[in-house]
Design a protein around this ligand. Structure first.
Ligand code: CTP
Length: 319
């Protein structure tokens, strides 16, 4: 009977904010790693007790109507009205209905991907998930091009597209959305009130220009369900990162899960500097007390799953 040990300690793990890269030595990609099918199935079953990716990946049209009031998940006192545009973009059926893939790649945004040469390998997976509209064109060799689902926190519009202040930025976003070419665009619209206008701008752009993307807006219960699953496994996460959300969802429809670009540490295993993101100059914000994420803690849990064969983490170069 395969046992899942995600976090060995019984007390809440404390985040060590020093450089942890030395502790997290991971074998190079080429080293022997075997998929543990029994364990993967067991994890899927456990996660299904908390959430079902097929349902929770998006609110569906039948469940909301224009004008409905929604309380933000992290700002319960703030509300939003479901706009006509948002309603129009809600899917009728789950974008993952009856989907099963042999292998999935989840591509995180760490600078550890730079010079990894992992692009080709990433593109061979049956389903490729990316985070926060991270650019691919210029980085194809290291991150690949294939995108089946990409997430977009509303904050991305501010960080990467200058809050669409002028026509040039609107055009840049439009081009990026067009390049998705029918993939799923996953927008956490109901998390925090700060994203309200940004989500509306994107919705409007998609509708106005008939952009070919399949929009999805995660269910109101997803965040708590994901936290609940990890808490039960003694991983005390304040607010799961996009990467961890994606892994948790992917267990439902992927047989084997491969993670790339997950490395929340400023130095690599050989003590060379690593950029926080492979594509911008954002700094290691997670070390600030104000940051809601506990990425190193999540990483520890993922590394443990890697060692047990439930997922494969690649943090070095691909063959
Ligand atoms: N990630 C990582 N190490 C880094 C940067 C990112 O492991 N140095 C992983 C995390 O799982 C993260 C994912 O890659 O969720 C995508 O990165 P990013 O866009 O920074 O993620 P968010 O969690 O959405 O961050 P934020 O809330 O700041 O938008």
């Amino acid at each position: 009977r395969a046992e899942v040990v995600i976090n060995g300690s019984s007390s809440p793990a404390v985040v060590d904010r020093s450089n942890e890269s030395i502790k997290h030595n991971i074998q190079p990609a080429s080293a022997k790693w075997r998929h543990n099918q029994t364990l993967s199935l067991r994890i899927r079953k456990q996660i299904l007790k908390f959430l079902d990716a097929e349902k929770d990946i998006s609110v569906l049209k039948g469940t909301l109507k224009p004008g409905d009031i929604i309380h933000y998940i992290f700002d319960r006192d703030s509300t939003m009205n479901v706009s006509q545009n948002l309603y129009d973009l809600l899917p009728r059926t789950s974008p993952l209905k009856n989907k099963h893939f042999r292998t999935c790649a989840i591509v995180g945004n760490s600078g550890v991907l730079l010079n990894s040469g992992c692009g080709q390998e990433i593109d061979t997976h049956s389903f490729v998930i990316r985070c926060n509209l991270a650019p691919v064109q210029e980085y194809g060799r290291d991150v690949g091009l294939k995108t089946d689902l990409v997430t977009m926190n509303p904050s991305v519009i501010q960080r990467a597209f200058e809050d669409l202040v002028n026509a040039t930025w609107r055009e840049k976003l439009l081009q990026r959305l067009r390049s998705l070419n029918g993939s799923i665009l996953w927008i956490p619209a109901f998390m925090a009130r700060g994203g309200k206008e940004r989500v509306e701008w994107v919705n409007e752009l998609i509708l106005k220009h008939h952009v070919n993307v399949r929009t999805a807006y995660p269910s109101l219960r997803l965040l708590h369900a994901v936290r609940g699953y990890w808490l039960t496994n003694k991983v005390h996460i304040k607010r799961p990162t996009t990467g961890l959300l994606m892994y948790t969802l992917a267990t439902r429809f992927c047989n084997q899960i491969y993670l790339y670009g997950f490395w929340p540490f400023p130095l690599d295993q050989n003590q060379n500097p690593v950029k926080y993101h492979y594509y911008d100059s954002l700094k290691y914000g997670y070390t600030s007390q104000a940051s809601p994420h506990t990425m190193p803690l999540e990483f520890k849990a993922l590394k443990s799953l890697h060692e047990q064969g439930a997922l494969k983490l690649t943090v070095g170069q691909c063959d």
